[in-house]
Design a protein around this ligand. Structure first.
Ligand code: OGA
Ligand code: NI
Length: 365
């Protein structure tokens, strides 16, 4: 989420989706209408057999030996088979989750001119607006975003920290600290599932980069034509996502060639593996493509935290995970290089990770 100086980008007029919805509730401008191949099929999602796994964090931390070992096994499966899981009993105060949600919602409900005091400049990813738009003909997401860099401090742009609603900044600060601890702890257990020493990621990451993004998806009269958020994988090591209470079901992950909805579990947090962990684990734990769809009547809020190594850290598959049967699939680069590549390209499934792949003639991945 570092500021990215780029040549002037022509993105054309970007409608604010909340304003659009207010002014013309049934109009979908052409720039939001997806090509046929991209439109979400809104087939009724039967209570699916394939629910993303849930992990009981308190069993990992406080459980007896058996419980803990069992949970580590579940975590290993969740990382390897799904790349996504929901964490229950994560230890973050529920009142804090409620506060951040309330404040995020209140922020999005402010008048447009108030929110526009914190504009996301074209080609950058902090502030209020639409990220990842680089051309006038690119399709737009049915979403308003507000994003802030959190750690290390030098990535912060203090001009973008809002005055309204009151307590917003303090709450973001406290919330981010809690989420950061959760990421550090989860990475410890993830290291254990890989047979590595628990502190390996903590030691490797330096002062980890952390950013927060709040996504607000207003209802859409034609959810069959638009996407809330384009398909992508996250550039992070780990992502922690909080879904607003009472929000519509909107997050979907691409698994076995199908889009599987993530049914929110009250008070749980959704965790996913980002591209960085895929590279570090030499593809053992893969980042998973996901997207958000909209709802005809209901709005949706998500609060997303990205946790990644410090920009100067050089990354590549960890030697412990490379052998004859698992040849090295990714090259070495710094996280700063990857971040720059990520934020200067539109969201397009797992395409961004091509940056890191070693292309062999026989490789099919
Ligand atoms: C993201 C993301 C999904 C959601 O912000 O990277 O995947 O449900 N969000 O908002
Ligand atoms: Ni994402």
């Amino acid at each position: 989420m570092a500021p990215v100086p780029t040549s002037p980008i022509k993105v054309g007029h970007i409608d604010d989706v909340q304003e659009l919805r207010k002014a013309k509730p049934t109009t979908i401008p052409e720039r939001f209408v997806r090509d046929m191949t991209e439109r979400p099929t809104l087939a009724i999602t039967l209570p699916s057999l394939s629910e993303i796994p849930s992990i009981n964090f308190s069993s990992l931390v406080n459980g007896n030996k058996d419980d803990c070992q069992n949970e580590i096994l579940q975590l290993a499966r969740a990382c390897e088979d799904w790349g996504f899981f929901q964490v229950i009993n994560h230890g973050i105060d529920l009142s804090l989750l409620e506060s951040i949600e309330e404040l995020a919602k209140n922020f999005f409900m402010l008048p447009l001119e108030e929110k526009q005091k914190y504009p996301m400049a074209p080609g950058t990813v902090q502030g209020y607006g639409q990220a990842f738009v680089f051309s006038e003909d690119q399709k737009l997401d049915w979403c308003n975003m507000f994003a802030l860099g959190i750690e290390p401090h030098y990535i912060r742009n203090p001009k973008l920290w809002p005055i309204q609603p009151p307590k917003f900044c303090e709450t973001v600060e406290v919330y981010s600290r809690e989420v950061r601890k959760l990421c550090q702890n989860l990475l410890k257990y993830i290291a254990i599932t890989l047979g590595l020493k628990a502190d390996i990621f903590e030691e490797m990451f330096g002062v980890a980069v952390q950013a927060i993004r709040m996504n607000y998806y207003p209802p859409c009269s034609r959810p069959d034509l638009v996407l809330g958020l384009s398909p992508h994988s996250d550039g992070s090591a780990l992502t922690v996502l909080q879904q607003g209470k009472g929000s519509s079901v909107g997050l979907q992950i691409f698994k076995d060639n199908k889009w599987v909805p993530v049914q929110p579990i009250p008070n749980a947090l959704v965790i996913n593996i980002g591209d960085t962990l895929e590279v570090l684990t030499n593809g053992k734990y893969k980042s998973v493509e996901h997207r958000a769809v909209t709802h005809k009547e209901k709005d949706r809020l998500s609060i997303v935290n990205f946790y990644a190594p410090s920009y100067e850290i050089e990354l590549g598959p960890m030697p412990e995970l490379v052998d004859e049967n698992n040849p090295c699939k990714y090259r070495r680069y710094t996280h700063g290089e990857y971040n720059k590549h990520y934020v200067t390209n539109k969201l397009q499934g797992k395409k961004t990770l091509e940056f890191a792949k070693i292309k062999s003639k026989t490789s099919t991945e």
